[in-house]
Design a protein. Structure first.
Length: 278
């Protein structure tokens, strides 16, 4: 049975609002999920929310019905606390506008390197010190589409920022992710015989000329500073995306998409990667 909350001064409401701060998310190991697609993918991944906040007046999208049915079952089983709130309180909780009238509070995802899949010919991407949650989310969408085996984030933007969830359209829940220092990630990749391919404007080899059909980790740096010296020194190969205009860098998500789909192209051509049937 859901519990109605009608006051903005309710402690549960205050606690959810605090999750907009990175320090509070990290302290409580909780984050927010909102949006029809994001919530649907969260449930399909088997994630059980700690709490859920429903605004019946706003949650009118028929696509939410499976999620609402699941929430009611979880609430009856006392696995998730379900609250109903009026529109004015939901507006206070929601990180984004038009988020669908349903908001989940979920535990942090497991992000240890050891839990990443290790297929016979692994395909990873590493994002070193990303600055913007929107870029991280967009990279996760591309990684999902390209069937990347894991995304490793080394510092920078908080992987559990609600804006990462939003920008990823919930693919944060479909792509295995890990957080690590550069040193930890390098050691882990080397221990599994994964070729480290670093992107840098100083490289002499174009990314389309590099052989990317074996076990590979494509490493991308921040837009402002590029890759750290630690990654450049560790790289088995350095590649460049040629640029012919006046801009000195590409958007991080755009550059990552080029590299990931070059891996896909080469593997398709080599017959070692098969796209699923639609």
């Amino acid at each position: 049975m859901s519990i109605a909350i009608t006051s903005l001064s309710n402690q549960h409401i205050k606690d959810v609002v605090k999750l907009e701060k990175r320090s509070e998310r990290a302290r409580r190991q909780r984050t927010i999920v909102e949006g029809v697609r994001e919530i649907s993918r969260c449930f399909r991944a088997g994630i059980v929310p700690v709490e859920a906040y429903l605004c019946p007046e706003l949650a009118t999208d028929a696509a939410l019905e499976p999620a609402l049915a699941t929430l009611k079952e979880l609430d009856r089983a006392r696995r998730t606390r379900l609250y109903t709130v009026p529109p004015e309180i939901y507006a206070k909780l929601a990180v984004r506008e038009a988020s669908g009238g349903l908001l989940l509070v979920i535990p942090y995802l497991p992000t240890a390197l050891a839990q990443l899949p290790r297929p016979q010919v692994p395909f990873y991407t590493v994002i070193d010190q990303p600055e913007k949650p929107g870029n991280v989310g967009a990279i996760l969408r591309t990684a999902d589409a390209a069937r990347v085996d894991g995304v490793i984030v080394c510092g920078g933007t908080d992987l559990h920022n609600p804006n990462v969830v939003r920008a990823s359209l919930g693919t944060l829940f479909t792509v295995p992710v890990a957080e690590a220092t550069a040193r930890e990630a390098i050691a882990w990749l080397r221990s599994h015989n994964v070729q480290i391919v670093a992107t840098t404007p100083a490289a002499a080899v174009r990314y389309t000329a590099a052989r990317l059909t074996g076990p590979v980790a494509v490493v991308m740096g921040s837009e402002a500073y590029g890759l750290s010296a630690e990654w450049l020194e560790a790289a088995d190969m350095q590649v460049v995306i040629p640029m012919f205009g006046q801009a000195d860098s590409l958007n991080l998500a755009t550059a990552t998409a080029l590299l990931l789909y070059e891996v896909v192209r080469q593997r398709l051509d080599a017959g070692i990667f098969h796209a699923p049937e639609q």
